[in-house]
Structures are given as C-alpha cells and as structure tokens.
Write a protein that binds this ligand. Structure first.
Ligand code: 3H9
Length: 705
C-alpha cells in the first residue's frame, strides 16, 4: 500500500560524521509547531549520536527560514517554544552550523544566531523584521544580536526591520563566512568540515562579550535610539526593543532572555500586533483576484500616458521607475513641455537628495518620450488616461485611443469618480477598458485601485495586477460606483466630520483627533493639500442628485467661493505662509464656521476627542460594510488595504474593518444607532453590519471565504 503520510518538515541525513538537518516547510520554511518539534527531535537525536561530529542546519527551496509562523500568533501556544529550540541548539556540545540562503528573517535569523557558526550565500537576506508586525525578536534575537554585533548595529536592524545582504552581515559580524557557490547544503557541510579540521570550538553567541565591551559606546547608541523612538509616536514595540537591548547590556544572558520574553508577550498581546499581522496578510491577499486566478496578463512594455498634469506626470514617473517605456501625450507643445518638465523635476529632486546621479536620470529618460499626436500610441501595450475629470473630455480621449491603438491594447482610465462602464460603452472595444486609479503623488503612493467595469475581459484585469506588481504598488480590485472603494468611503467620513464641525467642533479639533488616531494628517489638512477645488467640483456635480432631505454643510463651499483652495492658494482651512507647507489655524475660518452654524440654526456643543473619533470611525466602517455588501470591495480586507495605503489610516490598526473587529462590532452598531436618533438619514446602519452582529460574527469571518 502506498503511504499517504506527508514528508517530514525536518529531514536529517548523516554522511561522513556530518549531519545535515533540512527544514522543508514550503513556501518559506516558517517555524511552525511541526518544524519546532522536528528541530527539537533532530538535535536531541544527533546530540546523542556518537557518529556525528557536527550538525548543519539548512532550508530547502528558496529560503533558509522566513521566521516564526505568523499564522500561529494569537492561537494557543504549542510546545516547544522557539526560544527553547534556540537554547537547545546553542547548548549543543557538537558544532552547529547554520547554512543560510534566501530569506533568513526573524525567528529564522534567531535560529542561525543560536548556531555556533554561520555561512551564507551572497544573495541571502538577513533581518529582524518583527517590528513591522508589532513585535520584537522573541527567540533570543534581542540578546544574541547585540552580543555579536554591538548595540548600535543590532538596534538599527531591529528598529528598521531592514534586510542586510551577506556581505554586510559578514562585515557586521552577524555571519562568519560567505559561500562560494549557491549549493548551500554542500557549502554548509564543507564549512563544517573545515571548522572541524581547524579544531574550531563550540562558540555560543550568548557567551560572547567583545561586541559589548565598550559600554559607553553601547549606552550612547541606546540613548540615541531611545530618543529617536520617542519622536516617532504611535508604535508600541520599538521602545520595547530598546528596553531589550538595554537588558542585553545590563543583565546576564539568562536574565536578558527572561526580560525579552516578558516584553515579547506584551507586544504579542497588543492590538498593534493584531493590526499589523492582519495588514501583512491582507496586503498579500489583495493581489489574488478572481481574474488573476483565471487569466494570464497580456504582455506589456510600452505604456502611453494621456495628460502631463500632476497626476499624469506622477503616473509617468511610476511607470518609468517600473522600467517601462513611456510616451506622454499632451494637447500642444507647451503643455507637453510642462508635463515633461514635471517628470524631470522628480528626478532632479532625487539628484539633490543624492539618491540619483545625472547619468542615472539620463538613462531613465531615454525610456521617456512625448508627443502631441495620438498616433504615437499605435504600438502602446497599455494606455493610462489622466486628463481632466469630465465625462465629455474622457470620452473624446477614448475615441482617439479607439482609433489609434493596436488591437489588444489595454485602455485604462485614471478617473476617481466617473462611471467607467459609460466610458467603456463609448468605444468599440469595451472588453479592453479598465480603471487604474492611482493616488497622488502617483510615484509615491502605494495604492492602485483596479476598477473592473462590467464588460472588461479577465486578462485585462490580470494585466492591471501585473502592472501593479511591476510598479511595486499594492493593487486592490474595486467595482464601479461613485468613488469606487476609497473615495466613496472618504466622502462619507468627511461628511461625518463636516456634521461634527457644524455641530460645534472646530476643524482643528477634528484634524487633531484624526492625527492622534494615527493618521499623518486630518481631513481638513488633507483637503488643503489636495486642493479644495477638487472636492468642490465633485459636490457641484453631485448637487443635482443629492437627496434634498439630506443635511448639507456649506462651510467648505464658502471657503472655495473665496478662492481659498488650500496650500496652492496659501489659504484654505489653514493659512500657509509663503513657501510653507505647514498651516496655521485661521480665526477667519473659525468666524465663517460660526456664521454658518448660526445660519443653520445650530447651537454649538462641545465634543470630547473620543466622541469625535467614534463618529468618524463609525461613518467609515458603516460605509465600508456597504461597499463590501455591494461587492464593490471583494472582502473587508480590501477596504482595509485601500484605506491604509491610499488614505493614511494607521497600518498598525489594521484598517477600518479590522479596527472595528477589535473594538467589537456590537459597539460600532450601537454607536450608529445612537447617532441615528439625531440624523436617521445619514446614520443608516449597513445591513451587513446588522447581520454580522446578529450572527455574532465579525468582518474577518468574511475574509476567510
Ligand atoms: C518572528 O519570527 C517572531 C520571532 O522573533 C519570535 C517568535 C517567538 N509565516 O511575501 P510572499 C507566506 S515574526 C507564515 O508573497 P515573497 C505568505 O503569507 C516573523 N507565512 O513572498 C505567502 O503566503 P501565500 C518575522 C508566511 O517571495 C507566502 O509565504 N518574519 C511567512 O514576496 C509567500 O510570501 C517576517 O516578518 C511567515 N513568517 O517574500 C518575514 N512569511 O502564498 C515575513 C511569508 O499563501 N515574510 N509567508 O499568500 C516576508 O517578508 C516575505 O514573505 C518573504 C518572501 C521576504 C519571506
């Protein structure tokens, strides 16, 4: 009978006195309970095997080990713990060598640091990225790393979470040797043999003292890191990392490990860990849409951009940075020159900062050309239209694209609000029309909404996802509606903010609350940055279809009527002194606000920061639930990723839907029902939210499907 048992995740072979322990847990050899058990058993068995003189630990596939199994966080712990496995490896009285390649991250690097010697291929990536998950290295990493490379280098790795290459790791003292070939198992065995031949001793990282010998320098590094961390408000785990490194300096190894454990558990139990781990998986899940599962993307290399305004130029830079060939189309020579200069300016900025050379800029710009004739797009594989937000103008552009573009070219619009189905219907090839909604500045912002109209073919959508990957963007699939996922939700929570303002809160209080929540800026600062005229145009467009019974706050219109559009006019909700991007509060704005309140017959009342926050978040979550129920977003996690990467929602809170789960959906619903007593039209609870509460479920239950 054929065996159906899966291959063990830890495999051991012994040859000529050297044991090779291979971790085989695809895709990234994460340290699941089974791997930890396998390692424990292997080390125990090999320690008692007199025939074995040295043990080499390696990983199969593309990586050594990418860390603890992130999926296990929050579940009941299973024995053996990773710190115990590391201690067992370190305590072995036979030489243990870590032979590392690919990702050697978090707990993976901690296993390597517990070994007595380390050899790596040149392309290995070593790092302690726990901070990005709201954690700290919790398997001895905070104690062994400083003992090997000193406090400063250890703090840099742990606080940034960055990956170091093998050469840098060797320089730092994190590894001992760089392999000459990529056959890491053979290299590990060969290195073990040479160590044995040289009579190398068992060398335990926890017993090393040299790197910490200069205590003054270590303390200075710690003080600097602590000051730096204090400046970056919001995150919980960085300060704990500094505390752990302080313990590495002040405490004996065993006590340092106990300190690390205590602080690790605090991080593990923090809502930030839950939010950040959710964000990690959500950012990977969004890349999988029904279309990417069913179709292959069309090949692309040449991309056209219509429009050289802020958006078009930003998109052109994003495409150039993605290594693509870009042709910009503008209506006349002057506009084209301006568009091209906007692109060049971005690269000049990088040169000024020392991040690009003149030659580097010239090399990039060889892939960039422009034209005032649409015919220059005859061989483009993808065209992204970024012209004025007006249906007539867009349709005229698409008529030209329909005329000149080759068969099979993807025709994309960057519209933020307009009906893409209508645009698609206006051409002879609706199957090729898709929305690619970039966020400003398009070369910086990570989010790309891929908006899927009714008639588009699946491979065009898959091409949008492939383009996002090429541009290192985070793609989110969105359905067609006014504002898609992000702007639709933004419109609602901004409305909630305006209502609070009319009811008595100042715009500055609201911005301060939003910043304290973790956003880089509040909605009124955001409006000043983007330009108040944009929202004004949208409000005017919607005026005809607005429910006459709905409450309408006129304050933003009053500012726009005065030409106060924000930073670009030097005045908006805030006043901007010449050249400054930081606004000052404006008593005149407060007077206008007071006047409008009086006109609306409102007696102002005060709000606590918590009251403001609960309304703002409830509006966001409620609309998010509607967006999910209507299929505009595939799952709650798509809303989360959109709001985090396009709108500044703090990633460490996971996104609004995850945050709502953490707060508890019954509370969010109860808030909405209470607010509905004042304004039942605006505060209509989303049926999906009501249903989830009734069933005792949360949004995350819809992410699992
Ligand atoms: C830690 O170690 C704590 C310890 O200090 C203390 C413990 C006591 N676990 O990113 P990709 C999955 S904290 C489980 O698309 P790439 C990922 O979800 C950990 N799963 O590929 C995806 O699954 P799917 C510290 C993991 O080539 C698949 O693998 N370590 C883990 O672009 C492929 O991933 C980290 O933070 C994991 N640890 O990048 C490293 N890692 O196919 C996190 C990945 O079902 N990982 N998966 O969607 C990474 O940075 C990248 O995944 C890596 C590969 C660079 C490894």
């Amino acid at each position: 009978m054929e065996s159906t048992a899966a291959a063990p995740v830890v495999q051991t072979t012994v040859s000529d006195h050297i044991a090779l322990v291979t971790i085989a847990n695809p895709p990234v050899n994460a340290l699941s309970a089974a791997v930890r058990q396998g390692l424990q058993q292997a080390i125990t068995a090999l320690s008692g095997n007199a025939d074995v003189h040295a043990i080499v630990i390696t990983g199969s596939g593309a990586n050594f080990i990418a860390g603890a199994d992130i999926r296990e966080f929050g579940l009941p712990p299973q024995e053996p713990s990773l710190p115990d496995v590391c201690l067992q490896i370190e305590a072995a009285d036979k030489l243990v060598i870590a032979a590392i390649h690919g990702a050697t991250l978090g707990g993976g690097l901690e296993i390597a640091l517990a070994a007595h010697y380390r050899v790596a291929v040149e392309t290995a990536k070593l790092g302690l990225p726990e901070v990005a998950l709201g954690l700290l290295p919790g398997a001895g990493g905070t104690q062994r790393t400083p003992r090997l490379i000193g406090a400063q280098a250890a703090l840099d790795l742990m606080l940034s979470g960055r990956h170091a290459g093998a050469k840098e790791a060797l320089r730092m003292g994190l590894i001992d040797h760089i392999a000459t070939s990529n056959d890491i198992a053979a290299e590990g065995v060969a290195y073990a043999r040479s160590l044995l031949a040289d009579g190398a001793p068992v060398r335990r990282s926890g017993e090393q003292t040299a790197a910490l010998a200069d205590r003054t320098a270590q303390q200075a590094a710690l003080d600097a890191a602590r000051a730096d961390v204090a400046k970056k408000k919001g995150l919980f785990s960085p300060a704990k990392i500094v505390d752990c490194v302080q313990a590495a300096l002040d405490q004996p190894f065993a006590q340092g490990l106990a300190t690390e454990r205590e602080l690790f558990v605090q991080c593990l139990n923090s809502p930030q860990r839950a939010g950040l781990v959710h964000a990690f998986f959500a950012e990977r899940e969004v890349t999988k849409s029904p279309e990417t599962q069913s179709s292959q993307p069309r090949p692309f290399q040449k991309v056209g951009v219509i429009g050289g305004g802020t958006m078009g130029a930003g998109i052109a830079v994003a495409l150039l940075d993605g290594g693509l060939q870009v042709t910009m189309i503008e209506r006349d020579d002057a506009a084209l020159a301006l568009g091209q200069s906007r692109v060049a300016k971005v690269y000049d900025g990088l040169i000024k900062k020392g991040r690009l050379s003149e030659e580097g800029k010239a090399a990039i710009l060889t892939r960039f050309n422009g034209s005032t004739a649409y015919d220059a797009l005859a061989d483009a594989d993808i065209v992204v239209e970024a012209v004025f937000e007006d249906m007539g103008v867009k349709k005229a552009v698409f008529a030209e694209l329909d005329r000149v573009c080759k068969k099979g070219a993807v025709l994309a619009t960057n519209t933020s609000y307009l009906d893409i189905d209508e645009i698609a219907r206006s051409v002879s090839r609706p199957q090729d029309v898709v929305g690619l909604h970039f966020f400003s500045p398009a070369n910086i912002m990570k989010l790309l909404e891929i908006v899927v109209p009714a008639q588009v073919s699946a491979d065009v959508v898959a091409t949008g996802f492939a383009l996002a990957k090429k541009l290192k963007k985070v793609p989110v699939r969105a359905g067609v509606c006014d504002g898609f996922i992000g702007n639709r939700i933004l419109a609602v929570y901004r409305q909630a903010a305006d209502y609070m303002m009319e009811d008595g809160a100042s715009p500055y209080e609201i911005d301060a609350m939003v910043r304290a929540f973790g956003y880089p800026m509040g909605p009124y600062e955001m409006s000043d940055l983007a330009g108040g005229d944009i929202g004004w145009a949208t409000r005017k467009r919607r005026a005809a279809t607005r429910d006459p019974k709905a409450r309408y706050v006129h304050m933003a219109d009053k500012l726009c009527e005065r030409g106060w559009f924000g930073q670009k006019t030097g005045r908006g909700w805030y006043i901007y002194e010449a050249g400054s991007r930081t606004g000052k509060t404006d008593p005149e704005v407060e007077a206008i606000v007071a006047e409008e309140r009086a006109k609306a017959g409102v007696t102002p009342r005060s709000f606590t920061r918590e009251e403001l926050e609960r309304r703002y978040v409830a509006a966001m979550v409620n609309e998010g639930a509607k967006v999910v129920a209507e299929g505009i977003a595939l799952r709650p996690l798509d809303v989360d990723v959109t709001l985090v990467h396009g709108y500044g929602f703090p990633r460490y809170k996971g996104g609004p839907m995850k945050y709502a789960d953490l707060v508890g959906l019954p509370q969010i619903l109860a808030d909405i029902q209470a607010f509905a007593k004042e304004d039942p039209l605006f505060w209509q609870p989303a049926p999906l939210l009501v249903q989830l509460v009734a069933e005792g479920k949360n949004f995350d239950s819809l992410n699992q499907a």
